[in-house]
Design a protein around this ligand. Structure first.
Ligand code: A3P
Length: 335
Protein backbone atom coordinates (compact mmCIF):
# COMPACT_ATOMS: atom_id res chain seq x y z
CA UNK A 1 0.00 0.00 0.00
CA UNK A 2 1.54 3.30 -1.06
CA UNK A 3 0.81 6.29 1.13
CA UNK A 4 2.73 8.74 -1.01
CA UNK A 5 0.16 9.60 -3.70
CA UNK A 6 -3.20 10.57 -2.22
CA UNK A 7 -5.78 10.81 -5.01
CA UNK A 8 -7.48 14.16 -5.71
CA UNK A 9 -10.66 12.92 -3.98
CA UNK A 10 -9.18 13.89 -0.61
CA UNK A 11 -10.48 17.15 0.85
CA UNK A 12 -8.41 20.13 -0.17
CA UNK A 13 -6.86 20.58 3.28
CA UNK A 14 -5.50 17.03 3.16
CA UNK A 15 -3.89 17.18 -0.26
CA UNK A 16 -0.14 17.16 0.07
CA UNK A 17 0.78 18.40 -3.37
CA UNK A 18 0.27 22.03 -4.38
CA UNK A 19 1.90 23.53 -1.34
CA UNK A 20 4.45 26.28 -1.70
CA UNK A 21 8.16 25.56 -1.37
CA UNK A 22 8.29 27.96 1.61
CA UNK A 23 5.67 25.96 3.54
CA UNK A 24 7.31 22.70 2.47
CA UNK A 25 10.65 23.90 3.91
CA UNK A 26 9.01 25.03 7.13
CA UNK A 27 7.09 21.75 7.49
CA UNK A 28 10.24 19.72 6.98
CA UNK A 29 11.50 21.09 10.32
CA UNK A 30 8.39 20.01 12.27
CA UNK A 31 7.79 16.76 14.22
CA UNK A 32 5.97 14.26 11.98
CA UNK A 33 3.69 11.32 12.71
CA UNK A 34 1.19 9.03 11.02
CA UNK A 35 -1.96 10.67 9.66
CA UNK A 36 -5.44 9.16 9.92
CA UNK A 37 -6.40 10.20 6.40
CA UNK A 38 -3.41 11.92 4.79
CA UNK A 39 -0.17 9.96 5.01
CA UNK A 40 1.41 12.24 7.63
CA UNK A 41 0.53 14.95 10.07
CA UNK A 42 2.84 17.57 11.54
CA UNK A 43 3.05 19.21 14.93
CA UNK A 44 2.89 22.99 14.77
CA UNK A 45 2.75 25.04 17.99
CA UNK A 46 2.10 21.82 19.91
CA UNK A 47 -0.88 20.60 17.83
CA UNK A 48 -1.18 18.25 14.84
CA UNK A 49 -2.20 19.38 11.35
CA UNK A 50 -2.05 17.99 7.83
CA UNK A 51 0.54 19.46 5.46
CA UNK A 52 -1.94 21.50 3.49
CA UNK A 53 -3.79 22.65 6.58
CA UNK A 54 -0.59 24.23 7.90
CA UNK A 55 -0.49 26.43 4.84
CA UNK A 56 -3.98 27.69 5.74
CA UNK A 57 -3.01 28.12 9.40
CA UNK A 58 0.01 30.25 8.50
CA UNK A 59 -1.97 32.44 6.07
CA UNK A 60 -4.75 32.86 8.63
CA UNK A 61 -2.35 33.78 11.43
CA UNK A 62 -0.66 36.34 9.22
CA UNK A 63 -3.65 37.88 7.48
CA UNK A 64 -6.86 37.47 9.49
CA UNK A 65 -7.96 40.74 11.12
CA UNK A 66 -10.77 40.17 13.57
CA UNK A 67 -13.39 42.86 14.06
CA UNK A 68 -15.12 43.69 17.34
CA UNK A 69 -18.43 42.37 16.02
CA UNK A 70 -17.02 39.03 14.75
CA UNK A 71 -18.19 35.71 16.13
CA UNK A 72 -15.79 32.79 15.90
CA UNK A 73 -16.93 29.23 16.51
CA UNK A 74 -13.99 27.09 17.61
CA UNK A 75 -14.24 23.31 17.92
CA UNK A 76 -12.20 20.16 17.81
CA UNK A 77 -13.13 18.14 14.72
CA UNK A 78 -16.28 16.02 15.11
CA UNK A 79 -17.58 17.74 18.20
CA UNK A 80 -20.71 18.98 16.42
CA UNK A 81 -19.33 21.93 14.44
CA UNK A 82 -21.92 21.57 11.69
CA UNK A 83 -24.74 21.70 14.23
CA UNK A 84 -23.43 24.73 16.11
CA UNK A 85 -22.84 26.53 12.81
CA UNK A 86 -26.50 26.06 11.99
CA UNK A 87 -27.53 27.23 15.47
CA UNK A 88 -25.27 30.29 15.44
CA UNK A 89 -26.40 31.30 11.98
CA UNK A 90 -30.09 30.90 12.87
CA UNK A 91 -29.61 32.75 16.14
CA UNK A 92 -27.54 35.68 14.98
CA UNK A 93 -29.30 36.27 11.65
CA UNK A 94 -32.78 35.55 12.98
CA UNK A 95 -34.00 39.09 12.41
CA UNK A 96 -33.55 38.55 8.69
CA UNK A 97 -35.33 35.20 8.39
CA UNK A 98 -37.94 34.60 11.09
CA UNK A 99 -41.47 36.00 10.76
CA UNK A 100 -41.74 34.14 13.29
CA UNK A 101 -41.58 30.88 11.29
CA UNK A 102 -38.51 30.34 9.13
CA UNK A 103 -39.26 31.43 5.57
CA UNK A 104 -36.85 30.94 2.70
CA UNK A 105 -34.25 30.26 5.33
CA UNK A 106 -30.73 29.78 3.89
CA UNK A 107 -30.34 26.59 5.96
CA UNK A 108 -32.99 24.99 3.75
CA UNK A 109 -30.79 25.27 0.68
CA UNK A 110 -27.24 25.65 1.98
CA UNK A 111 -25.04 23.39 4.09
CA UNK A 112 -24.06 25.05 7.41
CA UNK A 113 -20.37 24.96 6.39
CA UNK A 114 -21.21 27.24 3.48
CA UNK A 115 -23.06 29.71 5.71
CA UNK A 116 -20.34 29.81 8.37
CA UNK A 117 -17.04 29.36 6.55
CA UNK A 118 -13.98 27.83 8.12
CA UNK A 119 -10.94 30.11 8.38
CA UNK A 120 -7.79 27.99 8.13
CA UNK A 121 -9.12 24.98 6.20
CA UNK A 122 -11.55 26.98 4.07
CA UNK A 123 -11.09 30.66 3.33
CA UNK A 124 -7.33 30.92 3.93
CA UNK A 125 -6.61 27.71 2.09
CA UNK A 126 -8.37 28.92 -1.02
CA UNK A 127 -6.65 32.32 -0.97
CA UNK A 128 -3.92 33.59 1.37
CA UNK A 129 -5.68 36.97 1.54
CA UNK A 130 -9.44 36.43 1.04
CA UNK A 131 -11.73 39.43 0.86
CA UNK A 132 -13.65 39.15 4.12
CA UNK A 133 -14.62 42.81 4.34
CA UNK A 134 -16.97 43.09 1.39
CA UNK A 135 -18.11 39.45 1.23
CA UNK A 136 -19.49 39.16 4.77
CA UNK A 137 -21.87 41.54 6.50
CA UNK A 138 -21.36 42.12 10.24
CA UNK A 139 -21.67 40.31 12.50
CA UNK A 140 -19.37 38.02 10.54
CA UNK A 141 -19.55 34.35 11.51
CA UNK A 142 -16.49 32.15 11.01
CA UNK A 143 -15.30 28.84 12.35
CA UNK A 144 -11.92 27.37 13.20
CA UNK A 145 -10.27 24.30 14.69
CA UNK A 146 -7.23 26.30 15.82
CA UNK A 147 -5.99 25.71 19.36
CA UNK A 148 -5.93 28.77 21.60
CA UNK A 149 -2.18 29.15 21.23
CA UNK A 150 -2.47 29.43 17.44
CA UNK A 151 -5.36 31.89 17.18
CA UNK A 152 -4.51 35.02 15.18
CA UNK A 153 -3.52 37.80 17.57
CA UNK A 154 -6.39 40.07 16.54
CA UNK A 155 -8.95 37.59 17.90
CA UNK A 156 -7.56 38.13 21.38
CA UNK A 157 -6.98 41.86 20.94
CA UNK A 158 -10.49 42.78 19.80
CA UNK A 159 -13.94 42.29 21.33
CA UNK A 160 -14.50 39.40 18.89
CA UNK A 161 -16.53 36.69 20.64
CA UNK A 162 -15.40 33.08 20.68
CA UNK A 163 -17.90 30.25 21.08
CA UNK A 164 -16.11 27.02 21.94
CA UNK A 165 -17.90 23.71 21.49
CA UNK A 166 -16.57 20.45 22.86
CA UNK A 167 -17.88 16.90 23.14
CA UNK A 168 -17.35 13.82 25.25
CA UNK A 169 -13.86 12.54 24.33
CA UNK A 170 -15.08 8.99 23.64
CA UNK A 171 -17.85 10.13 21.29
CA UNK A 172 -15.49 12.59 19.60
CA UNK A 173 -13.00 9.79 19.04
CA UNK A 174 -15.60 7.40 17.61
CA UNK A 175 -17.00 10.08 15.32
CA UNK A 176 -13.49 10.99 14.14
CA UNK A 177 -12.71 7.35 13.41
CA UNK A 178 -15.83 6.95 11.28
CA UNK A 179 -15.12 10.21 9.47
CA UNK A 180 -11.50 9.23 8.74
CA UNK A 181 -12.62 5.95 7.22
CA UNK A 182 -15.19 7.71 5.10
CA UNK A 183 -12.55 10.06 3.69
CA UNK A 184 -9.67 7.61 3.33
CA UNK A 185 -8.94 6.56 -0.23
CA UNK A 186 -10.40 3.10 -0.78
CA UNK A 187 -7.07 1.67 -1.89
CA UNK A 188 -5.58 2.36 1.56
CA UNK A 189 -8.19 0.29 3.37
CA UNK A 190 -9.63 1.45 6.69
CA UNK A 191 -7.78 2.57 9.75
CA UNK A 192 -8.65 0.13 12.54
CA UNK A 193 -10.27 1.30 15.74
CA UNK A 194 -7.22 0.08 17.68
CA UNK A 195 -4.77 1.94 15.46
CA UNK A 196 -6.82 5.14 15.63
CA UNK A 197 -7.16 4.85 19.41
CA UNK A 198 -3.42 4.48 19.84
CA UNK A 199 -2.87 7.68 17.83
CA UNK A 200 -5.70 9.58 19.55
CA UNK A 201 -4.42 8.67 23.02
CA UNK A 202 -0.93 9.86 22.09
CA UNK A 203 -2.54 13.14 21.04
CA UNK A 204 -1.91 12.48 17.35
CA UNK A 205 -5.21 13.44 15.73
CA UNK A 206 -6.35 16.40 13.66
CA UNK A 207 -5.77 19.47 15.90
CA UNK A 208 -4.94 17.14 18.79
CA UNK A 209 -3.99 16.52 21.51
CA UNK A 210 -7.76 16.67 21.97
CA UNK A 211 -7.53 17.21 25.75
CA UNK A 212 -5.06 20.12 25.48
CA UNK A 213 -7.24 21.81 22.85
CA UNK A 214 -10.31 21.66 25.10
CA UNK A 215 -8.47 22.60 28.28
CA UNK A 216 -6.93 25.68 26.65
CA UNK A 217 -10.35 27.13 25.84
CA UNK A 218 -11.92 25.96 29.10
CA UNK A 219 -9.33 27.91 31.08
CA UNK A 220 -9.70 30.90 28.78
CA UNK A 221 -13.50 30.86 29.25
CA UNK A 222 -12.96 31.05 33.02
CA UNK A 223 -10.42 33.86 32.64
CA UNK A 224 -12.38 35.88 30.05
CA UNK A 225 -16.03 34.85 30.31
CA UNK A 226 -17.14 37.94 28.42
CA UNK A 227 -15.12 36.84 25.38
CA UNK A 228 -15.16 33.02 25.42
CA UNK A 229 -18.35 30.97 25.79
CA UNK A 230 -17.74 27.28 26.48
CA UNK A 231 -20.48 24.81 25.65
CA UNK A 232 -20.76 21.03 25.49
CA UNK A 233 -22.46 19.02 22.74
CA UNK A 234 -24.23 16.98 25.42
CA UNK A 235 -25.73 20.12 27.00
CA UNK A 236 -27.33 21.06 23.71
CA UNK A 237 -28.59 17.50 23.28
CA UNK A 238 -30.55 17.52 26.56
CA UNK A 239 -34.09 18.27 25.49
CA UNK A 240 -35.03 19.99 28.74
CA UNK A 241 -31.89 22.12 28.90
CA UNK A 242 -31.18 23.03 25.28
CA UNK A 243 -33.46 26.08 25.37
CA UNK A 244 -31.78 27.56 28.41
CA UNK A 245 -28.31 27.03 26.88
CA UNK A 246 -29.49 28.72 23.69
CA UNK A 247 -30.78 31.67 25.71
CA UNK A 248 -27.42 31.98 27.50
CA UNK A 249 -25.63 31.84 24.17
CA UNK A 250 -27.92 34.58 22.80
CA UNK A 251 -27.15 36.76 25.83
CA UNK A 252 -23.43 36.16 25.50
CA UNK A 253 -23.61 37.23 21.85
CA UNK A 254 -25.56 40.35 22.74
CA UNK A 255 -28.77 39.27 21.00
CA UNK A 256 -31.06 38.02 23.82
CA UNK A 257 -34.56 36.81 22.95
CA UNK A 258 -37.22 39.47 23.43
CA UNK A 259 -40.48 38.70 25.30
CA UNK A 260 -42.23 38.77 21.90
CA UNK A 261 -39.84 36.19 20.50
CA UNK A 262 -40.30 34.05 23.59
CA UNK A 263 -44.06 34.24 23.16
CA UNK A 264 -43.71 33.28 19.49
CA UNK A 265 -41.61 30.23 20.36
CA UNK A 266 -38.53 31.32 18.40
CA UNK A 267 -36.19 29.40 20.76
CA UNK A 268 -37.97 26.14 19.99
CA UNK A 269 -38.12 26.96 16.27
CA UNK A 270 -34.36 27.43 16.09
CA UNK A 271 -33.66 24.20 17.97
CA UNK A 272 -36.04 22.27 15.74
CA UNK A 273 -34.72 23.78 12.55
CA UNK A 274 -31.15 22.82 13.55
CA UNK A 275 -31.93 19.37 14.93
CA UNK A 276 -30.18 16.34 13.50
CA UNK A 277 -33.49 15.04 12.15
CA UNK A 278 -34.28 18.26 10.29
CA UNK A 279 -30.83 19.03 8.92
CA UNK A 280 -29.87 15.49 7.94
CA UNK A 281 -33.11 15.05 6.01
CA UNK A 282 -32.77 18.16 3.89
CA UNK A 283 -31.97 17.52 0.25
CA UNK A 284 -29.05 19.93 0.36
CA UNK A 285 -27.38 17.89 3.11
CA UNK A 286 -28.08 14.51 1.51
CA UNK A 287 -26.43 15.48 -1.76
CA UNK A 288 -23.65 17.74 -2.91
CA UNK A 289 -20.14 18.48 -1.77
CA UNK A 290 -18.27 21.31 -0.10
CA UNK A 291 -15.81 23.18 -2.29
CA UNK A 292 -13.08 21.53 -0.19
CA UNK A 293 -14.29 18.11 -1.38
CA UNK A 294 -16.23 16.45 1.48
CA UNK A 295 -19.75 15.26 0.79
CA UNK A 296 -22.33 17.19 2.83
CA UNK A 297 -23.72 13.89 4.10
CA UNK A 298 -20.36 13.03 5.72
CA UNK A 299 -21.17 15.52 8.49
CA UNK A 300 -24.36 13.71 9.54
CA UNK A 301 -23.95 10.19 10.93
CA UNK A 302 -25.94 9.39 14.10
CA UNK A 303 -25.87 12.65 16.02
CA UNK A 304 -26.26 11.02 19.45
CA UNK A 305 -24.62 11.31 22.82
CA UNK A 306 -23.11 8.04 24.05
CA UNK A 307 -22.65 6.23 20.71
CA UNK A 308 -19.17 5.23 21.95
CA UNK A 309 -20.88 2.37 23.83
CA UNK A 310 -21.60 0.73 20.48
CA UNK A 311 -17.94 0.73 19.48
CA UNK A 312 -15.47 0.78 22.36
CA UNK A 313 -14.57 -2.14 24.59
CA UNK A 314 -14.47 -1.51 28.36
CA UNK A 315 -10.65 -1.34 28.18
CA UNK A 316 -10.72 1.20 25.36
CA UNK A 317 -13.19 3.37 27.24
CA UNK A 318 -11.09 3.13 30.40
CA UNK A 319 -7.99 4.13 28.48
CA UNK A 320 -9.66 7.34 27.28
CA UNK A 321 -11.20 7.98 30.71
CA UNK A 322 -7.80 7.63 32.38
CA UNK A 323 -6.22 10.23 30.12
CA UNK A 324 -9.22 12.54 30.56
CA UNK A 325 -8.90 12.27 34.33
CA UNK A 326 -5.14 12.93 34.28
CA UNK A 327 -5.23 15.78 31.79
CA UNK A 328 -8.19 17.66 33.25
CA UNK A 329 -7.52 16.97 36.91
CA UNK A 330 -8.17 20.05 39.03
CA UNK A 331 -9.58 22.06 36.10
CA UNK A 332 -13.24 21.62 37.03
CA UNK A 333 -13.95 20.26 33.55
CA UNK A 334 -15.84 16.98 33.51
CA UNK A 335 -18.03 14.79 31.28
P1 A3P B 1 -21.53 11.35 14.95
O1 A3P B 1 -20.45 10.87 14.05
O2 A3P B 1 -21.36 10.90 16.37
O3 A3P B 1 -22.90 11.04 14.45
P2 A3P B 1 -18.59 17.99 13.09
O4 A3P B 1 -19.74 18.79 12.59
O5 A3P B 1 -17.76 18.71 14.12
O6 A3P B 1 -17.81 17.41 11.99
O7 A3P B 1 -19.23 16.79 13.93
C1 A3P B 1 -19.96 15.78 13.31
C2 A3P B 1 -20.76 15.08 14.36
O8 A3P B 1 -21.89 15.88 14.73
C3 A3P B 1 -21.33 13.76 13.85
O9 A3P B 1 -21.44 12.93 15.00
C4 A3P B 1 -22.68 14.22 13.33
O10 A3P B 1 -23.61 13.18 13.15
C5 A3P B 1 -23.08 15.17 14.44
N1 A3P B 1 -24.12 16.12 14.05
C6 A3P B 1 -24.29 16.74 12.86
N2 A3P B 1 -25.38 17.52 12.88
C7 A3P B 1 -25.94 17.38 14.09
C8 A3P B 1 -27.10 17.93 14.70
N3 A3P B 1 -27.90 18.77 14.06
N4 A3P B 1 -27.39 17.57 15.97
C9 A3P B 1 -26.59 16.72 16.64
N5 A3P B 1 -25.48 16.16 16.12
C10 A3P B 1 -25.15 16.49 14.85
Amino acid sequence: MSLTQPPPALPQYLQENEISQETRDMISTLPRDQGWIASHIYQYQGFWHSTRQIEGVLACQENFRAQDSDILLVTTPKSGTTWLKAILFSLVKRGEYYHPEPQDHPLLTKNPHVLVPHLEIGLYLQKPVPDLMTSYAPPRLFSSHLPLVSLPESVKETACKVVYLCRNPKDTFVSLWHFANKLRPESWGSISLEEALELFCRGVSMCGPFWDHVLGYWNESLKRPQSVFFIKYEEMKEEEEAGSHLRKLAEFLGCPFSPEEEAQGVVGNILKQCSFETLSNLDVNKRGKLSSGEEHSAFFRRGEAGDWRNHLTAEMAEQIDRITEEKWQGSGLKF
